[in-house]
Design a protein. Sequence first.
Length: 109
Amino acid sequence: MWEMIERMASDRLWIYTGIVGSLFGAAFLVWFQGTRAGLWCYAKFVLVIDYFVQRYGWTWLEPPKDAWRKKYPHVTKKIDDLEARLKNIEKDLHEKHGFEKITVTKSNG
């Protein structure tokens, strides 16, 4: 057993092949995800994950509800700023004119 460990420590080719193989694998996945086959495989993978979540209640496979906030921090900041501005406008309208709620109706024009 010690001989095998000593040989692994002295022979580092396995490290280099592992790194190169990982890089090629990652590059292939980046290319593959944009192809029709990649999109189909991804859709099937999502269906399988959804099946396990629904069938066995594996909620740890579900993404967090606010995952988009972490993925798109600039959009999140803009939305939060707009919501804060809207609340201020509604508060001002309520204080100045007594409006309880503003409703927007769609015109037919």
